[in-house]
Design a binder for this molecule. Structure first.
Ligand SMILES: *[C@@H]1O[C@H](CO)[C@@H](O)[C@H](O)[C@H]1NC(C)=O
Ligand SMILES: *[C@@H]1O[C@H](CO)[C@@H](O)[C@H](O)[C@H]1NC(C)=O
Ligand SMILES: *[C@@H]1O[C@H](CO)[C@@H](O)[C@H](O)[C@H]1NC(C)=O
Ligand SMILES: *[C@@H]1O[C@H](CO)[C@@H](O)[C@H](O)[C@H]1NC(C)=O
Ligand SMILES: *[C@@H]1O[C@H](CO)[C@@H](O)[C@H](O)[C@H]1NC(C)=O
Ligand SMILES: *[C@@H]1O[C@H](CO)[C@@H](O)[C@H](O)[C@H]1NC(C)=O
Ligand SMILES: *[C@@H]1O[C@H](CO)[C@@H](O)[C@H](O)[C@H]1NC(C)=O
Ligand SMILES: *[C@@H]1O[C@H](CO)[C@@H](O)[C@H](O)[C@H]1NC(C)=O
Ligand SMILES: *[C@@H]1O[C@H](CO)[C@@H](O)[C@H](O)[C@H]1NC(C)=O
Ligand SMILES: *[C@@H]1O[C@H](CO)[C@@H](O)[C@H](O)[C@H]1NC(C)=O
Ligand SMILES: *[C@@H]1O[C@H](CO)[C@@H](O)[C@H](O)[C@H]1NC(C)=O
Length: 421
C-alpha cells in the first residue's frame, strides 16, 4: 500500500514529466527515480549461502543524489516484512561494513541462525510527513542458511552382549541442512556395509536429523575393537567422526576349573589347596564362593584379576582344606558370578587315604605271626595226641604180659622234640 503512495504523491507535478519518465524508464532504476535521475541503488548479490553461526555480508551501495530519507535493510516484502537494519534503533547482530556516513550500506549479520533464511532488500526511503515512504529498492538477495551436522552420537545396546550375539549400534546427528548427508561405519578402520541413513526433518522444518543403524556380531577379540561413525556433509571440510569402544557392549563369560594341590589322595590331617582357575572374562570383576559337599564354606583367597594380552582377565581363588578322614569323596565346588549372571561352577574332589589301610599293614604282620603260632600249636597238639595214643598202645601190650618201661618212655620224647628244631 505504501508502495503506491510515492506514485500518487508526485503525480500532479509529474504530469509534464511523463515523457521524461517514459524516456528514462530503461535506464532509471526504481519508481520515483524520475525526479532524481542520477540516483542509483545497487544490491549486487541475487543469492547467498551462509552457514549457521557464520557471518552474512549483504552488499548495497547508492550513488547520485536522492531524496532526503534513510536507507534500510528489510527482510521479506509485503505484510510479513521485518526491518533488519536502519541507522536508528538497535540491531545487536548487525553492523555496517563501512561506518556512516558513507554510500556503502553493506551490512554484516553475525551468528546467523536458520531463521535468518529469506530475501533481503536494500531500500531507499523518502522522508514523509508521517512515515518514511519507499523510494526505491534493490533486486533482493535470497539468503539460504545451511547448517553443519552436530557431532555424531553413537549408542550401543542397553545390555552387554556375549560373543556370537549380533547387536545394534546407532549413529545420529541433528540440525543439519541441506538434506544430503552420508554416513560411513568403520570397524577398526575397515569399512563396514550399512543401510543408508534415515533422514527426517526437525520439528522446525528448517533442518534435518539422521540416524543410521548397524548390526555387529561381537567376538571375543572385540574387547579392543573400535567402531567409528563418520559423517560427511556439504558444509564440512572434513568428515565428523565418533568412536565407540566395543568393550562397552561386550561381556565375555569366564571358563572355570578347579585344580587340587597335591593332586590325588592325601593322608589324614594333611592340607590340600583347591584352586579355582577363572579365565578369559570381561569385564574384569567376578565374585567367587565355595561349596563344601553342597554347603557354603568360608571364602577363599583370591589373586587380583590380571589382564591377558587379549584384553581378557583371569584370576585364581584358593581354599585350603584339612583332609579329615570323614571328608574323603567330598566335592569342593567353586561358584563364579560374573556381571549378575547365573554362577558358573567347577568342582574338585578330596580323596583321603583311609587310615585303616596303614593299621591293616601292621595287622597283616601280626596275623602272619599268629598263623605261625597257630601252626606250631596245631603240630604240637597232634604230636601230643600221638604220644598219648602210643602210650595207650604200650599199656595195652603191657597188660598182655610185655613189661618194659624203658622202651615205652623212649620213643615219645624224641618225636615231641622234632617240631621245635
Ligand atoms: C561487499 O561490500 C564489502 C564492503 O564494502 C566489499 O569489501 C566487498 O567486496 C563487497 N562484495 C561484493 C560482492 O560487492
Ligand atoms: C511491512 O509490513 C507492514 C505491516 O506489517 C506494512 O505496513 C508495510 O507497508 C510493509 N513494508 C514493506 C516495505 O513491505
Ligand atoms: C548464536 O546464536 C545462538 C542462538 O541462535 C546462541 O545460542 C549462541 O550463543 C550465539 N552465539 C554467539 C557466539 O553469540
Ligand atoms: C513442517 O512441514 C509439515 C509438512 O510439510 C507441516 O505439516 C508442518 O506444519 C511444518 N511445521 C512447521 C513448524 O513449520
Ligand atoms: C582391532 O584392533 C585392536 C588393536 O588396535 C585389536 O586388539 C583387535 O583385535 C582388533 N579387532 C579386530 C576385529 O580386528
Ligand atoms: C597351599 O597354599 C599355601 C598358600 O596359600 C601354601 O603355603 C601351601 O604350600 C600350599 N600347599 C600345597 C599343598 O600346595
Ligand atoms: C588328626 O588330627 C586330629 C586332631 O586334630 C587327631 O585327633 C587325630 O588323631 C589326627 N589323626 C591322624 C591320623 O593323625
Ligand atoms: C560381588 O559382590 C558384591 C557384594 O555382594 C556386589 O556389590 C558386586 O556387584 C558383585 N560383583 C559381581 C561381579 O557380581
Ligand atoms: C557328600 O556328598 C555326597 C554326594 O553328594 C554324599 O553321598 C555324601 O553323603 C555327602 N557327605 C556328607 C558328609 O554330607
Ligand atoms: C588366606 O591366606 C591367609 C594368609 O596367606 C591365610 O591365613 C588364610 O587362612 C587363607 N584363607 C583361606 C580361606 O584359605
Ligand atoms: C593361577 O595359577 C596357575 C597355576 O595353578 C598359574 O599358572 C597362573 O599364573 C595363576 N594365575 C593367576 C592370575 O594368578
Amino acid at each position: 500500500m505504501q508502495w503506491e503512495e510515492p506514485e500518487m504523491e508526485p503525480r500532479p507535478p509529474a504530469w509534464p514529466l511523463l515523457c521524461l519518465l517514459l524516456l528514462c524508464q530503461s535506464s532509471c532504476a526504481g519508481v520515483g527515480a524520475q525526479t532524481y535521475p542520477d540516483f542509483k541503488l545497487q544490491q549486487p548479490q541475487s543469492s547467498e549461502v551462509v552457514i549457521k553461526g557464520d557471518t552474512l555480508t549483504l552488499n548495497c551501495t547508492v550513488s547520485g543524489s536522492g531524496p532526503v530519507g534513510p536507507v534500510k535493510w528489510v527482510k521479506g516484502w509485503g505484510s510479513d516484512n521485518q526491518t533488519v537494519y536502519e541507522h536508528k534503533g538497535s540491531f545487536p547482530r548487525v553492523m555496517r561494513a563501512v561506518p556512516d556516513p558513507s554510500n556503502d550500506f553493506t551490512i554484516r549479520i553475525s551468528n546467523v541462525s536458520l531463521e535468518d533464511a529469506g530475501t533481503y532488500y536494500c531500500v531507499k526511503f523518502r522522508k514523509g510527513t508521517v512515515d518514511d515512504v519507499v523510494f526505491t529498492k534493490g533486486g533482493g538477495t535470497e539468503v539460504s542458511v545451511h547448517a553443519r551436522p552436530s557431532v555424531p552420537v553413537v549408542s550401543g545396546p542397553s545390555h552387554r552382549a556375549v560373543p556370537g550375539q549380533s547387536v545394534p549400534f546407532t549413529c545420529s546427528a541433528k540440525e543439519f541442512s541441506p538434506r544430503d548427508i552420508r554416513v560411513k561405519w568403520l570397524k577398526n578402520s575397515t569399512l563396514v556395509r550399512a543401510e543408508p541413513p534415515h533422514v527426517t526433518p526437525e520439528l522446525s522444518n528448517s533442518s534435518y536429523r539422521m540416524s543410521s543403524t548397524l548390526q555387529v556380531k561381537l567376538s571375543e577379540d572385540d574387547v579392543r575393537s573400535e567402531l567409528t561413525c563418520e559423517v560427511q556433509h556439504p558444509t564440512l571440510a572434513a568428515p565428523l567422526r565418533k568412536t565407540y569402544a566395543l568393550h562397552q557392549a561386550l561381556r565375555v563369560p569366564p571358563s572355570v576349573s578347579v585344580v587340587a594341590a597335591p593332586s590325588g589322595a592325601v593322608e589324614v590331617n594333611k592340607t590340600v589347596n583347591f584352586t579355582c582357575r577363572v579365565q578369559g572374562f570381561y569385564p574384569g570383576a567376578v565374585n567367587v564362593s565355595w561349596l563344601e559337599n553342597g554347603t557354603e564354606m568360608n571364602t577363599g583367597n583370591s589373586t587380583q584379576p590380571t589382564e591377558t594380552s587379549r584384553g581378557l582377565f583371569e584370576l585364581n581363588d584358593t581354599v585350603t582344606v584339612q583332609a579329615g578322614e570323614e571328608k574323603s569323596g567330598f566335592k569342593f565346588t567353586c561358584l563364579v558370578v560374573h556381571e549378575d549372571q547365573e554362577p558358573i561352577s567347577g568342582t574338585g574332589i578330596l580323596w583321603v587315604t583311609p587310615p585303616a589301610l596303614g593299621e591293616s599293614n601292621e595287622g597283616l604282620i601280626g596275623d602272619s605271626k599268629s598263623l605261625i603260632y597257630v601252626a606250631v600249636g596245631v603240630v604240637c597238639t597232634v604230636l601230643a595226641l600221638l604220644v598219648i595214643a602210643i602210650l595207650y598202645l604200650i599199656r595195652t601190650k603191657q597188660s598182655k604180659g610185655y613189661t618194659s618201661r624203658r622202651r615205652a618212655a623212649g620213643p615219645p620224647p624224641r618225636r615231641s622234640l622234632t617240631p621245635t628244631t
